[in-house]
Design a protein around this ligand. Sequence first.
Ligand code: NAP
Length: 308
Amino acid sequence: MTATRIAIVGVGKIARDQHIPAIEASPDLTLTATASRNGQVDGIPAYPDIDAMLAAEPDLQAISLCQPPSARHAAARSAIAAGKHVFLEKPPGATLSDVEDLCAAADAAGVVLFASWHSRWAAAVEPARDWLASRTIRSVEIAWKEDVRKWHPGQDWIWQPGGFGVFDPGINALSILTRILSGPVRLEAATMEVPANRASPIAAELTMRSAGGAPIHAVFDWRQTGPQSWDISVETDGGTLVLADGGNRLTIDGAPHDVPADREYPALYDRFAKLIAEGRSDVDLAPLTLVADAFMVGARVTTDAFED
Ligand code: NAP
C-alpha cells in the first residue's frame, strides 16, 4: 500500500514538537506540503495558506490542522471541499457548532474527520480505563496546574475569545476523564478566574458528576510555578487509582503499575491512517461539551492582570 500524502497547516510549536516527527516516522504517511504564514519545514514545499496549497498540490490526500482552534473551521471546510481527509488537533474547534458542521460536511463529502485527543493516548490511560471498568467510582479529583509562562510563552491567541485560556490544557484532563469513566459526565457548576486585561480564564474550578453519581472536582490553574501537576485521582470500592504526569504514570493504592512506552502522537497518526483505510470518522465531542458547559453556567471572577 502506498503512503498517504499528508500536509500540515499551522507550523507552530505542536507541529514541530510532535506532528512532523510522528508523520516522518510513520510508514503510512508522507509529509508532502505545509501551509503556514511564517513557519516552514526544510525540504518540504511550503505555502502561505491552505487554499494556495490545495491549488498547487492536487494529489494531497489528507491534511492535519495544527493552528489555534479559532482558525480551524475555515481551513477544515476548505480541506473537506477539496476531498481531503482531515485530522483536527485538540480542541477540534472553537465551538460545538463548528465541529458539528464539519462532521456533516465530511459525511456529505465522503472523507474522514478525526478529532484527535492526544492525552487519551498517553501510556497509562487505557490501563486505567481497564482497571476502573470493574470498580465502583466513589469520587474523582483532578489537579491540572502548570506555568503558562513556561508552556505558552507569547501565545496571544490563547487569551483571546475562542482561545480557551486555561481550558486549553484543562481540556486534556477532560479528554482523559471522559475516556476512563464509563457513561457521560455532567457539569454541575464552574468558577472561572479571568485576568482583568484578558478575555479568557487563567484558572477554573469545575464540579461535575459521573453517570453513576460520583462527585468529580477539577482545578485548572495556569499560575503554578515549581512542580507542575497533571494528575487525576479516582477513589473506588477497590482502592485509589492515580494517573499522574498527564496520563503517563499509574499507581494503585500507591503501588506503581507498569505501562507501555509513551507514543501519543505516533499512536494518533496510526489511528488516523487506520480510519482512512476503513473510511470511518472519529469525532467525540464530550471534552469540548464540558468546556462549553463551563462557559455557559460558570461564574466569572475578575483577577489580577496577567502580563507574559
Ligand atoms: P502555536 O505555537 O501558536 O502554533 C500555531 C501556529 O498556527 C502558529 O505558529 C501560526 O503559524 C498558525 N496560525 C494560523 N492561524 C493563526 C492564528 N489565528 N493565530 C495564531 N497562529 C495561527 O500553537 P501550538 O502550541 O502549536 O498550538 C496549536 C494547537 O495545538 C492548539 O489547539 C493547542 O491546543 C494544540 N496543542 C498544543 C500543544 C503544545 O504543547 N503547545 C500540545 C498539544 C496540542 P503561522 O504564523 O506560520 O501561520
